[in-house]
Design a protein around this ligand. Structure first.
Ligand code: GLA
Length: 622
């Protein structure tokens, strides 16, 4: 709910006073307002049975996958979560308790006739795994809408078949986490989307109709606030039920209802797109749904473009180039790595690919910076992910097309000094490449990705560019009037080193390679954690972005206190900031517009060349 309601924005923009003054969204919070709970400091890794077994999630099958995870070195490589997806429930009993389908999970049968997953999670824990479960935010689950011929759907009366969380949030979550001992929960959203009056599941299977809160692909008819409220409640309950913080909340409304904006405030990962299919086109689509969202991910909160399709269809052992590219892309996005194929029979080359420790280390890098798309061409894209070790970056050059292509990346794009030498290592060939200077060039086969770990001299020697610590930025208000998929797609959301539309930053005639581009009426929180002495930037409206009458005030807050405010800046004007930030834990960057014409998007602005200078050069930027 970080966006302002369109109506409010429009009426305020007609007033002479600064719009920002009236908007809660632009008030400093004095904190880093992300979810902050759960055990997802790095992206979760594990196995999810959905794409392999759909609703046939029986105990024996998953147990043999667990054997394979251990015997084939996947557990040692970091795959820890063993999740159960849709299909595990039998019914909700008269007391409101969920019964497990014991024909699939005999381990769940209790002597007193009840059911419990405790023995299942004990088994997983004893073997060094974590246990995941699946539910829905509404009354019914996705299988009840889309797998209606499955023999494993909930049974009984209408009420007994309502196995979703709605109305039972507190008791179900208590059962799952405190009684059954789960560590991970995926909360799907079909119950909020697919059971409207007149829908097939309601007509054919007699489910109770629920006015859809999500209308897929239709932002106007989707009630994004209501969906967010549901997930926020689940997030709060899980935090309360797990005082040790050892849990993960996976939010699953497939990129709908603005979840890409608010997911990081209520959970640890959120789906940015529809379900992945094992095709090149689907993989690209899901990658694209997250690849411009680098300011939304960070430790504890991850964009989730869905499970890995490796091992299936166009990513099977006959398509190792595509499988390596898919894995590389997910690693660059800091995406969760959830395997989704039947590992028991997996050919060894796929296992080798999925256990590549150097690629996994890119995904799991503790800084949690999602890669920035630094070249967005067709067919070649280039991504750069600043790693926790100073001067190290993962660099990916990626041929989306069906023909061979050449690709290049410059030191400046890697945020490295032009004139210093560059070391690099090919993470798929496990080979160091010759030390070099200047741009790197490669020939890429169709669908190939070159994944490198590069080490050089950072352009900012005494601290960090703000855009190389994206994992420490939270977009608290993105400047766009109320959630709209159409707007997001047309205008984009805040970006590192680019405008929301993906253009180079340019203020008062000057081009800037680095910085943050956003719409005005925005607020960014930066977790500076007392490590930086100064914040410097050149601020102003983006050149040639329309909005000639608007002016923007840039305010910088430290731990909720105003450190600096510029005069109102009109198009073509800039201001240089250099602000003492000693001791500041959370820096907030606010851009508030005045006189923006009603009915149009707020102006595009730049925090160009934004840098944080360190207190003590020995402190590492993580
Ligand atoms: C939705 C989710 C999938 C899977 C299925 C189960 O489609 O997005 O990941 O959980 O439901 O029915």
């Amino acid at each position: 709910m970080k966006r302002m309601l369109l109506a409010t924005l429009l009426s305020l923009s007609a007033l002479p006073a600064a719009a920002g003054q009236y908007s809660d969204a632009l008030q400093p919070s004095g904190r880093f307002s992300v979810y902050g709970h759960g055990a997802a400091a790095t992206p979760p890794m594990g196995f999810n049975p959905w794409n392999a077994f759909r609703t046939e999630v029986d105990q024996a099958r998953i147990a043999s996958v667990v054997d394979a995870l251990q015997q084939r070195g996947l557990q040692d490589a970091g795959y820890r979560y063993v999740n159960i997806d849709d299909g595990w429930w039998l019914r909700r009993d008269a007391q409101g308790r969920i019964e497990i389908r014991t024909s699939m999970f005999p381990i769940a049968q209790q002597a007193d006739g009840g059911t419990s997953f405790r023995a299942w999670t004990d088994m997983l824990h004893a073997r060094g795994f974590k246990a995941g479960l699946y539910t829905d935010a509404g009354r019914n689950a996705c299988s009840q809408a889309f797998d209606r011929h499955s023999p494993n759907l909930p049974v009984g009366s209408v009420a007994e078949r309502e196995i979703g969380l709605q109305g039972f949030e507190a008791s179900d979550l208590k059962t799952m986490f405190q009684d059954w001992g789960f560590d991970y929960l995926k909360v799907d959203a079909c119950g909020l989307a697919d059971f409207g009056a007149g829908s097939e599941p309601v007509k054919q299977s007699g489910h109770r109709a629920l006015r859809p809160l999500i209308v897929r692909g239709d932002a106007q008819r989707t009630d994004a606030d209501a969906v967010e409220t549901r997930y926020a409640r689940v997030g709060r309950l899980l935090a309360d039920l797990n005082p040790d913080g050892d849990f993960v909340l996976s939010i699953c409304p497939w990129g709908e209802a603005g979840v890409r904006d608010w997911g990081g405030e209520h959970g640890n990962l959120w789906r940015t797109s529809p379900d992945i299919e094992p095709t090149w086109a689907s993989m690209l689509h899901n990658f694209d749904s997250a690849s411009r969202r680098e300011l939304y991910a960070g430790p504890g909160r991850w964009n989730d473009p869905d499970m890995l399709a490796i091992g299936l269809g166009e990513f099977d052992a006959q398509h190792l180039t595509q499988a390596r590219t898919h894995f590389s892309l997910w690693a660059m996005l800091s995406a969760p790595l959830l395997l989704g194929f039947d590992l028991r029979e997996a050919p060894q080359p796929l296992i080798d690919l999925l256990t590549n420790p150097e690629v996994i280390a890119i995904d799991q890098d503790p800084a949690g910076n999602q890669a920035v798309l630094v070249a967005d061409g067709r067919p070649v894209q280039v991504l750069v992910k600043p790693l926790a070790t100073r001067g190290e970056r993962a660099v990916l050059l990626f041929n989306r097309g069906d023909a061979p292509a050449t690709a290049q990346v410059t030191p400046a794009q890697m945020k490295l000094a032009d004139d210093a030498s560059i070391r690099m290592r090919d993470l798929w060939r496990h080979a160091d490449l010759p030390q070099t200077r200047g741009a790197l060039r490669f020939a890429l086969a169709p669908h190939q990705a070159m994944l490198l770990k590069v080490r050089g001299t950072p352009v900012e020697l005494h601290g960090a560019l703000l855009s190389e610590m994206t994992g420490r930025i939270h977009v608290a208000a993105d400047g766009l009037p109320s959630y709209s998929t159409a707007l997001d797609q047309a205008s984009g959301t805040p970006r590192a080193d680019a405008t929301p539309e993906g253009l180079p930053l340019q203020v008062a005639g000057e081009k800037y390679a680095y910085g943050i581009g956003t719409h005005a009426d925005s607020r960014l929180e930066v977790a500076t954690r007392g490590e930086f002495a100064r914040f410097a930037a050149t601020v102003g409206l983006q050149d040639n972005a329309g909005q000639t009458d608007a002016s923007v005030v840039f305010r910088v807050y430290g731990d909720g206190k105003l450190l600096h405010a510029t005069a109102p800046l009109t198009a073509g004007k800039s201001a240089d900031l250099d602000i003492d930030t000693t001791g500041v834990s959370v820096l907030e960057l606010v851009a508030a517009s005045q006189n923006a014409p009603a009915g149009s998007l707020p102006p595009v602005v730049a925090w160009a060349d934004a840098r944080l200078r360190q207190l003590d050069k020995r402190i590492k930027v993580k």
